[in-house]
Design a protein around this ligand. Sequence first.
Ligand code: GLA
Length: 385
Amino acid sequence: MAVAGLLASAVVVVGGPVAARSVSAGLAPTPPMGWNSWNRFGCDIGEQMVRETADAMVASGMRDAGYTYLNLDDCWMARGRDEQGRLVPDPVKFPNGLKPVVDYVHERGLKFGVYADAGSTTCAGYPGSLGHEQVDARSFAEWGVDYLKYDNCNNDGSPAAERYGKMGRALRESGRPVVFGICEWGHERPWEGWGRRVGGHLWRTTRDIADSWASWTALLDLQVGLEEHSGPNAWNDPDMLEVGNGGMAEHEDRAHFTMWALLNAPLIAGNDLRVMSRPTKDILLDRDVIAVNQDWGGQQGSRLRDDGEQEVWTKPMSDGSAAVVLLNRGLSDREIGITVEVIGLPSASKYRVFDLWTKQEEETADELHARVPAHSVVAYRVWLM
Ligand code: GLA
């Protein structure tokens, strides 16, 4: 006992800042999953809807499927800080402050996230955290916050690595494990090293997504070449999901979700979880597609073939299988095919092919092909037999 106690204190003393950093180091071994208010609600947020969303995450099965984080985005704050310089939750939207809301979320087995900004004001004009990092990180810790999305609006032009570094340090010093989401839109290429160095678990690689086929496919193209920079606890983030927000047809939502899964994107739903249609639920809750995203090996999928509007994407899975997505970006049905050899699986006389969406299983000797409808995917997982 005494020896163990001594050892433990020795580790803390010797470790110093390193020991402090490790509090949050392993928090995102697989891409974070959850929900965020922005895509559907913008600034129209408040205590009641957060409670209802938490309940919906449990009742719909989302929590049990892995969607752990319930994250507030911009506009949760009051316009000014208090006399002690602290951020204050908007008294109309959150009349009881954030603590009871956070407790409610925690009681349901979920984790809670907030949003702040590495500038003078947030994108929507609320108080920014630049120069207030320590006091804000302390407030977040007191409230029980588990995730911070840290935005980049209205900054002073100083290097992002410095500004995000200050918040990263403040979070560590707060002593609370917090997932640190860098929302810097990829301007200074956080994936090249500084994102990890400041303690980021994920970083946006692009501008904001919108609820359309054109928007997410444009973001998809920007992920090509970034694969090697993503991995456990350090994820490329092509922005949150638009599934279920109504701007796309069901097959387009399914394609968007499949591609985000394959990219190891954080799966942060952005729809109204209280009123989900059956097809939206079926997409967000598909365990086979989620399993591709959450594979412990954490290798981001990549584009293997680009024939203009027809593409083939693959992702190596840690059990030796491969996920393969045939993506048709065109406006008419197309036959898309590929040989198993090309996707990097060792040669075998037979392969087992499981269709991730139809759940049908077949065998093939060497080829994968399907007629893929317009703006759709066919997605497989392929094992050696
Ligand atoms: C920026 C971010 C978005 C969202 C808004 C909120 O645009 O990139 O994801 O957080 O700010 O104002």
